[in-house]
Design a protein around this ligand. Structure first.
Ligand SMILES: O=C(O)CCC(=O)C(=O)O
Ligand SMILES: [Fe+2]
Length: 231
């Protein structure tokens, strides 16, 4: 067991919070979501304050410590590979706080199903995720990925993949496109403490995303990406 998972196990009993998972109604915060149509069946929505403050603090206390990424998955799923390696899959049952967050995400997104989680810790402004898409075959053609952030806010960037097949972005009716004065093939979201961002549709097929390094010193950020591995 790595240091991250040891810490999560040790903290399996979350600190007292004014909003327990059962009292917390995630559908309420999701009503305030901002939805972005990226065009051609790609969609993102962003809930800047998904978890209420007290719950955010409890979650942060539970997950802030480790220095590596880890993977949690339901029993019996095929092994995945990301960042060039196949991580060991930890069990949801060993980490009740993560299960609580998964439950909140499921409540907020009726009809969506997630069975695995990649947890990343960004230690400061020099930690980053380079441009990539989570388009592994095991996630299917239109994976839904729900991303929850705790700790320091960071910029999350999306840029359209160059494509020979799809028509130029300008060809799609303007009413369907994200109305922005800047380049429609690049978008930026500031992912704050307690926020939820969901990527859907063809976002993984047609877009790349990244969390770039920053010059300004920054504190720790934890990001949880909930995914569904197909059996
Ligand atoms: O940290 C983030 O916001 C994104 C993480 C990510 O893209 C990944 O784990 O695949
Ligand atoms: Fe990703």
């Amino acid at each position: 067991m790595n240091s991250l998972m040891r810490k999560l196990t040790a903290n399996a009993d979350p600190a007292p919070s004014t909003s327990s998972p059962s009292e917390f109604d995630p559908t309420e915060s999701v009503r305030k979501e901002k939805s972005f149509d990226l065009g051609y069946g790609s969609e993102v929505f962003h809930v800047p304050r998904f978890f209420p403050a007290e719950r955010e603090r409890a979650c942060l206390r539970v997950v802030v410590v480790p220095r590596d990424s880890c993977y949690v998955a339901a029993e019996g799923l095929p092994a995945i590979s990301y960042n060039g390696h196949s991580p060991r899959a930890y069990s949801w049952d060993d980490f009740p706080p993560l299960k609580d967050i998964l439950d909140a995400v499921h409540k907020a997104l009726p009809g969506s199903r997630f069975n695995s989680l990649v947890l990343n810790r960004y230690d400061g402004n020099n930690d980053y995720v380079s441009w990539h898409s989570d388009d592994e075959v095991l996630y299917g053609p239109t994976p839904e990925i729900a991303s929850v952030t705790f700790g320091c806010e960071r910029e999350f960037l999306l840029k359209k993949k160059p494509s020979k097949m799809s028509p130029a972005s300008g060809d799609e009716p303007k009413s369907k496109r994200l109305r922005k004065s800047h380049d429609p093939d690049q978008h930026s979201f500031v992912l704050k403490h307690g926020s939820l961002l969901v990527m859907k549709g063809y976002t993984q097929r047609d877009w790349l995303h990244s969390v770039p390094k920053r010059a300004k010193p920054m504190s720790i950020r934890i990001n949880l990406t909930f995914r569904c591995v197909l059996r």
